[in-house]
Design a protein around this ligand. Structure first.
Ligand SMILES: Cc1cc2nc3c(=O)[nH]c(=O)nc-3n(C[C@H](O)[C@H](O)[C@H](O)COP(=O)(O)OP(=O)(O)OC[C@H]3O[C@@H](n4cnc5c(N)ncnc54)[C@H](O)[C@@H]3O)c2cc1C
Length: 773
């Protein structure tokens, strides 16, 4: 009998025992293969050693760049989620960062002033760039030096403050937000701070902080997009004569595109592959990816024309260099850091990815929520506000729940960076999930605005955000790649309590020592796996009822997440056991496990955010967001079991993680409509939900007019109702008859006028000029 056949019969018996309820027999059958494993020598010789050698040979080879990407950054809450029994106290007590008084003053002062001056319609439609006065303001007030220490003239703000600043600007102008975001994200300043020589820091950081240098960072080229480590741009170490003197330097040739701020940059951060054929700086020929800082006026550099990314007006374009000679000290960190560029990029990616796009996406999400909840209340069709229709309430409720979740994830992820974490996997989740959530929310907002959202013009508050969505989806790791390859691929290796260490054993030089270490790890891993199998099965039946969770009005959600965390741990081990290294190539499967991890993280952030904010009235938002994430995680797990190549194993896994079938439901209509009701009337909950985005104080601003009309219409609603019930018009007669007071007459009149103003859309001349606007 083949092993395969034996295994099927064995698993079949286990299954029959399980289905027919012979639990004891099932346990005995499960325990049988374990017994010999308990004998130490036997196990080491007959099981561990052959297993070790087989795995060592079959493991897919990991390239240096892949390894560097895998090992970059830190593991935080993702590690807990993989344990199968997350320590919630740790989540709730860690990283308690808040804005300092100075940061708060900057956000309420210079950031508000900047936002007030931004006219996004003019910028994107006509100027195609930020006006010179705005560029000057950005430089003078330190917007380009948010992350640079005070010692070098920067503002030295925390990642949380940085996130708030980008969020607020994004709600006003995506062009301005990207312009501020890029110098403070992965680029020259960030790289210099971590790897630069003292001389490089002294030379560049003060000039970057005050905007004398405009930086850009160029990695992507025509042939190197998502697979950026495979870049064809070269640097050759060679001797060159400069002013009659022979010096060792690098001869560069490159072609880059899509480089943000590239067209106006004075300082180019460049990634290229370095070779040293004459061994002038060491004995290696192929040194590897290297990063350098190069003034853009260096001979041989061409700064190309501009791209037009979805009509946004931020500066973005190609550049290339032909035989550009640079001295060795242009390498970031000097010769010592030559060849370590990929590691540097991967290590630095996490901080920027945790902040920039999550902040921009949340700004857009809040803007979508604010405008849509107000507009739906103001806009009347079929003689009532459209917010009263269930179809609209379904969508607005969902928008509110997702917006709350976005803000929670943005905040909690930025707080982790404040504590010194460089969340490799969690930043990828935040980037992917929040940009996708923004896409959903902005699409929803457009649907509810109907023609008002479609008609471009200065009064359209959504169209530019809508246009910009694909940019956020594509940059900093395109979303399909991030979902399919990065989140679980990197998460399982980095955050799994044993896997990474087990893989590391295969690289140990001493084979005996490697087998001993492997044995120790596999034994611990097996205990962990078995306890998760048991825990998961029991939690699945009870929906985690008896599991440990913080005392909270949301306690049951923590317990349900305990079940799903155990299910993720079990499913991970199960799939590693059955699919091994091939899981890496099975992107559709690994993406689903990435979704489970993502949803558990989103739910965790929401719970922590809710507990910290101490606003019990917001519980419905948290409930909606967490139960939605729980449902999504369950869907991903079930769909994973449905698509395992071996159907029998898929069913077996399903029996362990969901023996009673689906356990969790989508947020129900009642809850969704309750959220919608909260935000389509003025309320503290709504104010908190949209807190942090720019609120203009100029009465001519479209957003100001919208909010004013929203409040007036809401206040006038009971009077309108009285008039309607009395079949009366708004008239002097109604006042004289005592149906309404004079004040009420004025209120309704104002509300109707304000409403009328808001529902207007822009129109242009036949040539689409603004004459008469
Ligand atoms: C507006 C804008 C600004 C930018 N700014 C900069 C900058 O300042 N500096 C810089 O260096 N770069 C910048 N970029 C480049 C950006 O990082 C790349 O666009 C991005 O890495 C994707 O590369 P690509 O566009 O060539 O897409 P491709 O790599 O061609 O990808 C196409 C599609 O294939 C998917 N895909 C690729 N591989 C896989 C896989 N293994 N599994 C599943 N799906 C996969 C991707 O997710 C994507 O959906 C910018 C881009 C834009 C559009």
């Amino acid at each position: 009998m083949t092993i395969r056949r034996f295994l099927f019969i064995y698993l079949g018996l286990v299954l029959i025992a399980l289905i027919t309820g012979y639990w004891l027999l099932c346990l005995i059958l499960l325990a049988l293969p374990i017994l010999p494993l308990l004998v130490h020598q036997w196990r080491r010789h007959y099981i561990i050693k052959p297993l070790f050698h087989q795995l060592q040979q079959s493991m897919p080879k990991i390239s240096t760049t892949e390894r560097e990407a895998l090992e970059a950054g830190t593991v935080g809450w993702d590690g807990q989620l993989f344990t199968g029994k997350p320590d919630w106290q740790q989540l709730l007590s860690n990283n308690q960062h808040a804005l300092s008084a100075e940061e708060r003053a900057f956000i309420d002062g210079p950031v508000n002033e900047l936002c007030a001056q931004l006219d996004d319609w003019q910028i994107s439609q006509y100027q195609h760039d930020l006006p010179p006065a705005i560029w000057a303001q950005l430089k003078q007030q330190g917007f380009f030096g948010l992350i640079i220490p005070e010692y070098y003239g920067g503002l030295d703000f925390s990642p949380l403050a940085h996130s708030h600043i980008v969020m607020k600007i994004a709600s006003r102008s995506i062009t301005a937000a990207v312009t501020v975001m890029v110098p403070n994200s992965l680029g020259p300043a960030e790289l210099l701070l971590h790897y630069g020589t003292q001389q490089q820091k002294d030379q560049y950081l003060p000039r970057l902080a005050n905007g004398d240098e405009i930086p850009c960072f160029a990695l992507t080229g025509p042939e190197a997009g998502s697979d950026a480590s495979n870049l064809p741009d070269t640097g050759i170490v060679c001797q060159h004569e400069v002013d009659g003197e022979k010096i060792i330097g690098i001869l560069l040739n490159w072609e880059k595109r899509y480089i943000t701020l590239g067209p106006v940059a004075t300082l180019l951060g460049l990634a290229f592959h370095l070779y040293d054929p004459d061994h002038l700086i060491g004995d290696q020929h192929d040194i590897g990816i290297t990063l350098a800082l190069i003034p853009t006026d260096t001979p041989g550099i061409t700064i190309g024309r501009r791209h037009s990314p979805m009509g946004m007006a931020f500066q973005n374009g190609p550049n290339w260099g032909k035989d550009v000679f640079i001295p060795l000290d242009y390498i970031i960190g000097g010769v010592e850091q030559a060849g370590k560029g990929w590691r540097m990029l991967m290590e630095s990616l996490a901080a920027g990815r945790s902040i920039s796009l999550p902040a921009l996406s949340t700004g857009a999400a809040k803007m979508a929520c604010q405008t849509t909840s107000a507009y739906a209340r103001i806009r009347e069709q079929f003689h009532q506000p459209i917010s009263h229709f269930e179809g609209i309430a379904d969508i607005i409720g969902r928008m509110a729940g997702l917006c709350y979740m976005s803000d929670a994830t943005r905040t909690v992820t930025a707080q982790a960076v404040c504590s010194g974490e460089k969340p490799a996997v969690l930043s990828a989740i935040a980037k992917y999930q929040l940009t996708e959530t923004m896409r959903q929310l902005v699409n929803d907002a457009m649907d509810i605005h109907g023609g008002k959202g479609i008609s471009l013009g200065p009064n359209n508050l959504l169209a530019r955000i809508y246009q910009a969505i694909p940019i956020s989806i594509t940059v900093e790791g395109a979303n399909i790649l991030t979902r399919n390859l990065i989140i679980f691929g990197q998460g399982s290796v980095r955050a799994h309590p044993y896997l990474n260490q087990e893989i590391a054993c295969f690289d140990l030089a001493d084979n005996e020592q490697a087998v001993t270490e492997f044995d120790r790890l596999v034994t611990a891993h097996s205990k962990y796996t078995l306890s998760n199998f048991g825990r998961c099965f029991i939690y699945a039946i009870t929906k985690g009822y008896f599991s440990k969770a913080p005392e909270s009005i949301l306690k049951r959600y923590y317990q349900q997440l305990n079940h799903l965390s155990a299910a993720l741990a079990v499913t991970t081990d199960f799939s590693l056991m059955t699919l091994g290294g091939s899981l890496k190539r099975k992107e559709s499967l690994s993406a689903r496990l990435g979704d489970v991890l993502s949803q558990l993280y989103l739910a965790s952030c929401t719970l922590r955010y809710f507990e910290h904010n101490q606003a019990d009235d917001d519980a419905i938002f948290a409930q909606w967001a967490v139960s939605n994430a729980i449902f999504n995680a369950q869907t991903a797990l079930l769909s994973f079991t449905d698509n395992l190549p071996n159907r029998v194993l898929g069913r077996l896994l399903r029996l362990i993680i969901f023996p009673l079938g689906q356990r969790y439901k989508k947020p129900d209509d009642k809850l969704t409509h309750a959220l919608s009701a909260k935000v389509t009337e003025p309320s503290d909950e709504r104010n908190r939900l949209i807190d942090g985005i720019f609120q203009p104080s100029d009465a001519n601003e479209p957003l100001y007019k919208l909010e004013r009309a929203f409040k007036l219409c809401s206040a006038a609603a009971p009077i309108e109702k009285r008039l309607k019930q009395a079949h009366s018009q708004l008239s002097e007669e109604a006042v004289q008859n005592g149906l309404i007071t004079g004040q009420e007459y004025q209120l309704v009149k104002q509300a109707r006028e304000a409403r009328r103003q808001v529902i207007e859309v822009d129109h242009f001349t036949a040539e689409l000029t603004e004459d008469g606007l």
